[in-house]
Design a binder for this molecule. Structure first.
Ligand code: GLC
Length: 756
């Protein structure tokens, strides 16, 4: 609008613009056209005025440069690297660089842009700071298991402080893709299967990254990705086809993106997948209809790595020129690594296939972000080596990482009080390929994290009980070799208990890391079975980036803790839980199936016309396995126990403009203080379209002393009952509802009410 208006009255505005430019330019050295803001007025208006005054002076080629993002060769996160990115910067043909980091290196690249290009427009530096920059936190699926929004925000906050100290302005996070298929490797990167939990976590992460002021030197602009529905890839295979109803898209996959936007997320990233036949990178329904017209998103949209180019493989574009036109027409502002805009936009404008106004719209959004970040006022403000030295791996950050890691651990089994371990244990055998492993602890997408900074599980346990810990690796997780079994078994026979650290290698989850088999890789299960034969208490420490099918362990281990990949402080955090310094409070953010044959398996499924009935052949079930999961969504144990009273509602009928309050009494019936995550689910019994058997609508983490009871309540409003009805109108329908409350999604503790 602004730009269109400006072009209409350009002869007047050019004069005014020129005056403003002359007035505001402060020449400080060669080529430095930084535009100080006019005092007073609406901040957004002031920013846009400054943007416009820069754009007045830009050539078409320079504008297209701002729409071009290239990777440096410091890190590899995709299939191509351009060796000429530094020359491209110098030529003013690149506006942003990713995978470049550290204060010194980014200062040097920034100097080239600011001192050696015609207009000196500063670069934007982006990087995948997904769960930490140098201090690495648990992988996001692990953090989601904490259900602790403050802890999750804290993790993103520390990540931003360190990233911004290392010359970065922009993180390609949070990844907010809902994932219901554990075969998909990127399930580790998000918040699991649930839309409500995923939306709250998306908001927490955006707030953590962006803080209250993008211009501050300890905040970075966030990027909600991958827009959209990337997690619904057919067969759980990365980059695969996505095809779903608009209802499912709006109900399940879009809300976390809207939550991120409502939290102020400054950028969005398009996904690799097609959606209903149109690649997301050229999907006008997603990028214009929803993102701009319905949601009024003010930020800019970047593609994923070469995803404009990939529309040729999709069979949607005949060549890169057509792909560039399609992406721009759909609403993509910045091209990551295809060089499609770099190669073709100027020609597309000159041939009249695209309008310069479209270019101007994109450039305005991008420059607006650079002004918000303060880069025009001081392009070097994020490259301060003293701050970098002070912030990275600081004691406070390491403690924060350990705290978030502890809270991410889920106790899946604990028979006969096997855990917590006694500090006076005579001898503890620590075994397994992940017990003294540094690199895998930081998981996939570990940014600038360094394995040498990791404290392993073995080190963490030795920090507590010293040399009374004995260790053997036993086997590798990805090699079919049993040579180490004998030593491990022999060690176990001399010990009082066994801690067996098994699971996946970090490379087995993350991007391009789908698995068709979600059981333990290599000979790990066999090692566990041999160790079980020793008769010693067998404590399994799982380290993995996805739900694993572990039915034998679930039946035969004495205790199991799910620890995901916990980051730099993995060892101390797990030791805190195993020795009872922290009573585990994690809850699964994703269903654990018994077998990959059940997948996709998630808690909020539909009832079907023939719901499973074990006494009736003709109902929805398998011949060879129950329908139920190994561990349900929301599941997690504690070293104490909790009991729930019968839930009640303040009244049995609810008026559309009113609310009712559901409540229940929770009691800590054990001997230790502990935290219970009380979960509330709602079922709409009859709708104009079928409704899930239940949906998470509220939860509360409640810390109770032994013997303590507390009333926990949930005020249900109309918003908790809305859905996309048969006409895709988002509304609640009168009728009967059931509200469930309990420790996980399998609870049958419920009470009914009616919406009038
Ligand atoms: C990768 C990922 C995306 C990441 C980007 C830049 O291919 O899909 O999540 O942010 O490229 O590294």
């Amino acid at each position: 609008m602004r730009i269109a208006m400006k072009h209409k009255y350009s002869k007047y505005l050019n004069g005014l613009g020129l005056l403003f430019v002359v007035w505001s330019i402060n020449f400080s050295g060669l080529n430095k056209h930084y535009f100080s803001a006019k005092p007073g007025g609406d901040p957004e208006e002031r920013i846009l005025a400054r943007v416009d005054s820069v754009m007045e002076m830009m050539t078409l080629e320079e504008k297209i440069g701002q729409m071009t993002l290239f990777t440096s060769d410091w890190d590899v996160t995709g299939p191509t690297i351009r060796a000429t990115y530094k020359e491209d910067i110098r030529a003013g043909k690149v506006g942003a660089i990713f995978n470049a980091h550290t204060a010194a290196y980014n200062r040097e690249l920034q100097r080239v842009a600011v001192e050696e290009t015609r207009l000196g427009i500063p670069l934007l530096f982006g990087y995948d700071v997904i769960h930490g920059y140098k201090t690495i936190f648990p992988v996001p699926l692990g953090e989601a298991a904490s259900w602790d929004l403050e802890a999750i925000e804290k993790s993103a906050r520390v990540s931003a402080v360190e990233a911004a100290a290392a010359g970065l302005h922009w993180t390609f996070a949070p990844m907010v893709d809902i994932a219901r298929d554990p075969r998909w490797g990127r399930i580790m990167e998000g918040a699991g299967e649930d839309t409500y939990l995923g939306s709250l976590i998306a908001q927490a992460r955006v707030k953590g990254f962006q803080g209250d002021d993008l211009g501050a030197v300890n905040t970075v602009v966030a990027c909600a990705k991958h827009y959209a529905a990337y997690g619904a890839a057919l067969a759980g295979r990365d980059y695969s086809t996505v095809d779903m109803s608009e209802r499912m898209l709006r109900e399940i996959y879009l809300p976390p993106f809207k939550a991120a936007l409502d939290a102020g997320c400054g950028t969005f990233m398009t996904s690799f997948n097609e959606l209903d036949g149109v690649p997301a990178t050229a999907n006008k329904f997603l990028l214009d209809e929803i993102l701009r017209k319905e949601w009024h998103f003010p930020g800019f949209v970047v593609t994923d790595y070469t995803s404009i180019d990939e529309m040729i493989n999709h069979g949607y574009a005949a060549d890169q020129r057509q792909a560039a036109e399609q992406a721009l027409d759909a609403g993509v502002d910045m091209d990551m690594q295809s060089a499609a805009y770099y190669n073709h936009l100027e020609d597309l404008v000159k041939s009249g296939d695209v309008q310069e106004e479209q270019i101007d719209q994109a450039v305005q959004r991008i420059l607006r972000m650079k002004f918000l970040l303060g880069l025009f006022d001081d392009p070097y403000k994020y490259s301060d080596e003293a701050r970098q030295k002070r912030e990275l791996l600081s004691p406070e950050h390491l403690e924060a990482s350990r705290d978030v890691a502890r809270k991410s651990i889920v106790l899946l089994k604990n028979e006969r009080g096997t855990l917590p371990l006694n500090r006076d244990i005579r001898k503890l055998a620590v075994i397994g390929p992940l017990a003294d492993n540094h690199q895998d602890m930081i998981g996939a997408w570990s940014g600038a994290g360094d394995a040498k900074d990791v404290t392993t599980l073995l080190q963490g346990l030795r920090n507590v009980v010293g040399q009374r810990v004995v260790y053997a690796m036993g086997c590798e997780a990805d090699q079919d070799n049993r040579d180490g079994f004998a030593q491990a078994i022999n060690l176990a026979q001399s010990a009082d208990a066994i801690v067996l650290a098994i699971g996946e290698k970090a490379y087995m989850s993350g991007e391009a890391a789908s698995r068709s088999d979600i059981t333990l890789p290599g000979p790990q299960l066999e090692l566990a079975q041999r160790l079980k034969e020793t008769g010693k208490p067998l404590i399994i420490v799982l380290m993995n980036g996805r739900p694993l099918a572990i039915p034998w362990l679930a039946e035969h281990a004495d205790a199991i803790v799910e620890t995901w990949f916990l980051g730099t402080q993995a060892g101390p955090a797990i030791a805190d839980v195993l020795f009872g310094d922290y009573n585990p409070s994690g809850r699964l953010p994703v269903t654990f199936p018994r077998s990959v044959g059940q997948v996709p398996l998630f808690y909020n499924m539909k009832n079907t016309g023939r719901p499973m009935d074990p006494n009736n052949k003709y109902t929805s079930k398998y011949l060879d396995i129950p329908n139920t999961p190994l561990y349900p969504f929301g599941f997690g144990l504690s070293y104490t126990t909790f009991s729930y009273g019968d839930p009640r509602v303040s009244r049995t009928t609810m008026q559309a403009k009113g609310s009712i309050t559901a409540s229940v009494e929770i009691t800590n019936t054990g001997k230790l203080a502990g935290t219970e995550t009380v979960q509330w689910y709602i079922r709409d019994l009859v709708g104009s379209v079928t409704r899930p058997v239940r949906e998470l609508k509220h939860f509360e983490r409640v810390h109770l002393q032994p013997g303590e009871s507390r009333q926990v309540s949930f005020e249900i409003t109309l918003n908790d009952l809305k859905f996309y009805d048969k006409d895709l109108h988002y509304k609640a329908e009168p009728g009967d509802f059931q509200v469930f409350v309990g420790p996980d999604a399998s609870t049958e503790r419920s009470v009914k009410f009616t919406l009038n």
